[in-house]
Design a protein around this ligand. Structure first.
Ligand SMILES: C[S@@+](CC[C@H](N)C(=O)[O-])C[C@H]1O[C@@H](n2cnc3c(N)ncnc32)[C@H](O)[C@@H]1O
Length: 300
């Protein structure tokens, strides 16, 4: 990949009512960030408490890795009618992308003990558990609601010495946070080799050693050795793979072990819960916008 075309953008224009669905659709298709701008030079007045106002017509720019084939996405119809769709991707210089992220990505507090901090800003609370993480090719910076809900749940519930499997690890953010919160071992799994590399790099950067943290592809032998061992299985994937993976994820859980599932929308809860019953009694424990977090315990 050349240094000047590491990223590409797709720009859509839509009415504000369509933005949430369009944003979710683009993230699910592999966008690493989505930026919203006024499309009609319409000023926004001071918002009331709890309001997040948007302009009537919004220009939405989605950023994708430069080597991703966007033609299938360009050929697809968005989930709702939009005012304008892109004809082709716009190549983005590395430097511009970095500047955009530095403006948008700030330290984020997750629960009571954890902070996710980019490298270009000093951690606001040096005594907290600070996970240093910059945006990269693998999903997982904490900015997405599904990641944030998982981080808050493990911050609240994980105990020292527990064994964790982070299935669909992306950047490794959940497993690294678990290790820094005191997990004895973390086995991170992803079917994207780039995520394995990113997770190992990010673990090393956060002083998580190889004896505690390893990242492997799903067919790695270490997963056979991990059967019925995990005190926590974390999986932030989409509803389809979560349903397909149900027997496998259940088989990794120790009796009484906990399961956290994210990446599904509120109207997908019933079918995901059914796929894990009766082995795991899942229920909704958090929700941000339309994204829900399911948690449950291995019975028997
Ligand atoms: C939404 S990202 C989550 C990343 C990170 N765990 C987080 O919470 O931000 C989902 C990840 O799951 C991986 N993935 C999708 N399907 C998978 C499967 N069947 N087996 C293993 N990994 C999978 C993707 O490659 C991606 O890295």
């Amino acid at each position: 990949m050349s240094a000047t075309s590491a990223w590409q953008e797709l720009c859509y224009t839509a009415n504000k009512d369509q933005i949430d669905a369009l944003e979710d659709w683009l993230f699910a298709a592999g966008a690493v960030s989505v930026t919203l701008e006024d499309d009609a030079d319409q000023p926004l007045l001071e918002p009331g408490p709890g309001e997040t106002p948007l302009w009537d017509a919004v220009r939405l720019t989605a950023l994708f890795p430069g080597d991703m084939d966007l033609q299938p996405l360009l050929d697809m119809t968005p989930p709702l009618p939009v005012l304008e769709t892109p004809r082709e991707p716009v190549r983005v210089m590395d430097q511009e992308w970095t500047r955009v992220w530095e403006e948008q990505f700030h330290p984020m507090k997750m629960g009571t003990r954890l902070w996710i901090c980019p490298s270009w800003t000093p951690p606001p609370d040096p005594d907290a558990i600070n996970i240093l993480l910059d945006p990269g090719l693998a999903f997982g910076t904490g900015t997405h609601p599904t990641t944030a809900m998982c981080l808050r749940a493990i911050d609240a519930g994980l105990s020292e010495g527990q064994r964790v499997i982070d299935y669909g690890c992306g950047s490794g953010i959940l497993g690294i946070a678990a290790a820094r919160l005191g997990a004895a071992t973390v086995l991170a799994v992803d079917n994207d080799p780039q995520a394995i590399t990113a997770s190992c790099d990010n673990a090393a950067r956060n002083q998580v050693d190889d004896a505690t943290f390893s990242a492997v592809l799903p067919d790695d032998a270490s997963l056979h050795g991990a059967l019925a061992s995990a005190d926590w299985v974390l999986a932030n994937i989409l509803a389809g793979p979560l349903i397909e993976l149900a027997p496998h994820l259940i088989s990794l859980m120790a009796p009484g072990g906990r399961l956290l599932l994210a990446g599904l929308l509120s109207d997908q809860v019933e079918e995901v819960v059914a796929a894990y019953a009766p082995a795991v009694n899942l229920r909704v424990v958090d929700q941000v916008e339309d994204w829900v977090l399911l948690a449950g315990q291995r019975t028997g």
